[in-house]
Each structure stands twice: as C-alpha cells, then as structure tokens.
Design a protein around this ligand. Sequence first.
Ligand SMILES: [Zn+2]
Length: 221
Amino acid sequence: MVKKVLLLCLLLGAVVTSQLAQAQQHSEEKAVSLTDELIAITPPPLPGYQDTTAHQTYRGTKTIRYDVTTRGMITADMEEFSRLAHETLNDSRGWSRMGLTFERVASGGDFTLVLSAADMMTSFSALGCHRDWSCNVGRNVIVNQDRWLGATVPWNAAGGNLRDYRHMVINHEVGHNIGREHESCAEAGGLAAVMQQQSYDLQGCTFNPWPLPSEVIRRAE
Ligand SMILES: [Zn+2]
C-alpha cells in the first residue's frame, strides 16, 4: 500500500530510451528513501470517491470545482490547454461516468490544474515531482509542459498520438486527485487502464486514454 502510494506519478512522463533503466532505478531509490515526505504530500481522496472495490450503484451527482494556473515559462497555448482539459474532464467517456461534473472557477477550486514548465516541476515538491514527469501534490494537479507538447518517447515510439496522450494525462492525474491509484495491464492485448502508467510502458496492453468500466466504480450515497 505504502509503496503504491509512493510511486504515484513518479513514472508518468518521458524518458529517452537510453535513460529508461536509469530513471526506473532512480524512482525505486526515491520510493525507498522518501516515505515520510511522500505520505505527507499525497492528497487525501475527495470524500465519497475512495472506494474502488465495491460494486455499488451511484445515485447522485457531485460537482468538483477547479481552477487553472501556470508556473514558469509557458509556450503552450493556454486557451487550448484549458479547453481540452475541461472537455476531457466532462467527456462522456471519462470520470463524468461516476456522476462527476467538473466546473472551472477563477480561484479556490477543489483542486488546481497547473501547466508547469519542466524546470519548475520540482518547485512543487523537490522529491515528489520530477522534471520529466507530471505529478499530483496536495491540491495541485500538475501537467508537465514538455509532456503536454510532445507526449513521451515510449508513447510516440509505440504509435500513440498526441491528442490521446493529452486526454490520458489529464484523466490520469485528476484520477489521482479523486483517489485512484496505479493499475497494471490486466490482460495482454486488452485496453490499458487509464491509471496504468501508459506513457512509460504499455505492458502488452493497448493505448486507452479513458477510464475503464472497472475504474469507474459508482458509489452508493
Ligand atoms: Zn500516476
């Protein structure tokens, strides 16, 4: 359990192939040494959306408010970022299937969606974020601008497209914010879970930027 929590997001991002083994080793080292800090920065799940095992019927809706900001030197089109993020969050293929509606507000939302320059990623957490990855720290859902603009080397090499990567990274990181943990490929040739670290390794699964039915567990009121 602790190790799963520790590894949240650390591996979501790009590595050049030659650095893959090194990056993996680095993350494992971090997982061993940063227990206290990462527990401290891991956000609590939103109330009512922690249970991923009980197959219950959800009978209500919930509005989650979020604000959007940036950190560092941004070259990406922010209007496009904001629009695609909002469309992704409210898409009928996404977390909205849990009865969630995502409403953008000017400030003070339930979480803050950040597009950050890669060299500013560690300013959110020196040890919990990495300049190559996106991450989720406390109330901040942080998308790494390098990933937003270019996906990852393994993703591109496997034939993934940028639009799907953008859906995936938003759904994955917001998935952490609503209490979801990493998943593994359940069946070779099947769709990957959106909480699988697809940008790192498909594990024999196929690209899937949207939550699987098994990830969209509706919770009884
Ligand atoms: Zn993750």
